[in-house]
Design a protein. Structure first.
Length: 581
């Protein structure tokens, strides 16, 4: 078995931001989260006793222990302090490197699959967390709505706590320091002028590309402006076809310019205060190479066009919600030897235009990234502990009910009424709060994760090329699993956990509010069978990030593990004394 210590030099402990855990602790706890959810929990190899979690890796023959600062009805416990292993009747502290090796060994013995990348990816994630904690945090004026929003996007130091390598990334670390959201990166784009016949683009309406064309005025006649992420330009600039096009003048390098764009939480989606631009990056972050595949470029525009009536209906019926559209893309179409556009350049320079906040944001509200509000630790001013500073339990429960009423109904109606699978995980939702920090609106984003149930959209899918239509569909059951996972397990459960950290005795009451909101929606909409099952307490699907990463599967092929549901009425009655508000 490879050893993590064979690939890494020993490093001294990095300084830690005040009140936040060290990278060693974060990585160890994240690995335990994954093992508990996907390996030891489903195999009944874990128990909570005496204020601690005991977790056994049966194939590796290791018994682990960690103290708990709070238990969770969903099994998503909060850990504190170091992880220990039992050796000869004694408990010995285990550092994150050894825990990573134990995880590696257990997964190999369980699956029979080898993954030579796994330990280095964990090490990469550790380095990124340590670097984010050590670097000085950018100062943002949180009394300005735009700056407060951007601060929330750039506050995620630790990443997904149920992913084994949430901050793993390829690429030059020096480049990361220039473009990473965690360091408050903001920079001008690199601009190319491309002969018009070598531009590929699709738009819902001609004005949709105005945010691209308006960035510079020095584009010669016969050329179109193509903004590029400067990191991606450096990655692709030596491509033979691009180099030849630059030499003969079919592509002109205008250099960096225009107003600066800031990195958002996704790294490759940038924002200038007016428009979001989603670029390709030939960098793997967590599971995926972050490039816009050709079908995703066309798919974003096709979905914006085809789903306009559905989005309008949902916005009218649920006026506290809306979707940020993606009405255009543009890219470079340099022909290769076979005469068709070179795929590496077509996808590598593809940029998707996403609406800015101004068109959708409710007046007088401030948009905050849901992942920043729900983070386990308060890494920024958007955190729920800051929004509800000093609030009592009743106020927190009222805040929660207001938010659930905004979030749940439009996502459920999108699925049941429109055959539309939204992907409302924490990084795809903006919580728009009023001047008192109360939820007033939710905005959904990122059409890449939005899928169609074929039975509802035969005409739309039939009008698209198969290579575009195929990836934008889920069958009804897989679509429902995705909705429930993103909505309830990834989003609602994690924000609920952050609220329960403030009021530990209220966890059952918080879940009761979730059930109440689902029950009211079901009563108003005929209680579809899948929703009835949810209310009856069927297990909840949780995406198997650890096993997906281990087996190196695409995100679309990720499997699910089933978690005992906190929504069953008898469980809520036991924890709250009542199943209703």
């Amino acid at each position: 078995m490879p050893s993590l210590t064979d690939t890494l030099p020993e490093q001294g402990a990095a300084p830690v931001a005040a009140g936040l855990p060290a990278a060693d602790v974060v990585v160890a706890h994240t690995l335990l989260n994954c093992l508990l959810r996907e390996v030891s929990g489903p195999e009944r190899q874990s128990v909570v006793t005496g204020g601690r979690l005991l977790l056994r890796l049966p194939r590796r023959g290791v018994l682990l222990r960690v103290a708990l600062r709070r238990t969770s009805l969903l099994g998503a416990h909060r850990f504190t302090g170091p992880v220990s292993e039992q050796q000869g009747g004694e408990w010995t502290e285990v550092d994150w490197r050894r825990l990573a090796e134990y995880t590696h060994d257990e997964l190999w013995l369980r699956t029979g699959v080898r993954n030579e990348e796994f330990l280095e990816q964990i090490a990469s994630s550790h380095r990124a967390v340590a670097s984010a904690l050590a670097d000085p945090r950018p100062a943002h004026a949180t009394d300005d709505r735009g700056r407060a929003y951007l601060a929330s996007e750039q506050s995620l130091l630790f990443g997904h706590r149920f992913h084994p390598t949430p901050k793993a990334r390829t690429g030059d670390p020096r480049a990361w320091s220039a473009y990473a959201p965690e360091v408050g990166a903001s920079f001008p784009l690199r601009h190319l002028a491309v002969r018009t016949h070598l531009i590929a683009e699709e738009t819902c309406e001609p004005s949709a590309v105005d945010p691209l064309d308006a960035q510079r005025a020095d584009v010669p006649d016969g050329y179109r402006l193509l903004p590029a992420h400067p990191w991606q330009f450096e990655t692709l600039r030596e491509h033979p076809l691009l180099r030849a096009a630059l030499e003969r003048g079919d592509v002109l390098d205008l250099g960096p310019g225009g107003r600066p764009f800031a990195a958002t939480a996704s790294v490759r989606t940038l924002y200038d205060g007016e428009t979001f631009l989603k670029f390709s990056l030939n960098v793997r972050i967590t599971n995926c190479l972050r490039k816009n595949s050709s079908y995703e470029l066309s798919g974003a525009v096709a979905l914006t066009r085809a789903l306009a009536p559905s989005f309008a209906d949902l916005a009218e019926r649920f006026p506290g919600s809306d979707m940020l559209r993606e009405p255009a893309y543009r890219t470079l179409a340099l022909p290769g030897p076979d005469g068709t556009p070179d795929r590496a350049l077509l996808e590598g320079f593809g940029v998707i235009v996403r609406e800015g906040l101004a068109n959708r944001l409710a007046p007088g509200t401030t948009a905050l990234l849901a992942a920043a509000v729900a983070d386990e630790y308060p890494t920024g001013a958007a955190h729920i502990s800051r929004l509800l500073a000093g609030a009592d339990e009743r106020t927190a429960l009222d805040w929660w009910s207001t938010y659930l009423d905004l979030l749940l109904p439009p996502v459920l109606s999108a699925y049941f009424d429109h055959g539309l699978v939204l992907e409302p995980h924490l990084q795809n939702v903006l919580i728009c709060v009023d001047g008192d920090g109360r939820p007033a609106q939710v905005l959904f984003r990122d059409l890449e994760g939005t899928k169609l149930v074929p039975d509802h959209h035969e005409d739309t899918l039939g009008a698209l090329p198969p290579e575009v239509a195929g990836p934008m569909t889920y069958d009804a059951q897989r679509g429902w699993d995705r909705v429930v996972y993103c909505l309830l397990v990834n989003h609602v459960a994690e924000l609920l956990a952050a609220l329960a950290d403030l009021h530990p005795q209220a966890e059952g009451a918080l879940w009761a509010r979730v059930r109440d909101t689902l029950r009211v929606y079901a009563g108003d909409h005929g209680c579809p069978p899948r929703l009835a099952a949810l209310l009856a307490g069927v297990p909840l699907p949780a995406k198997a990030n650890l096993l997906t990463r281990w087996e190196r599967k695409a995100d679309r092929e990720a499997g699910y593990v089933r978690l005992p549901s906190p929504l069953a009425e008898d469980i809520l009655r036991d924890t709250t004394g009542s199943g209703t508000r």
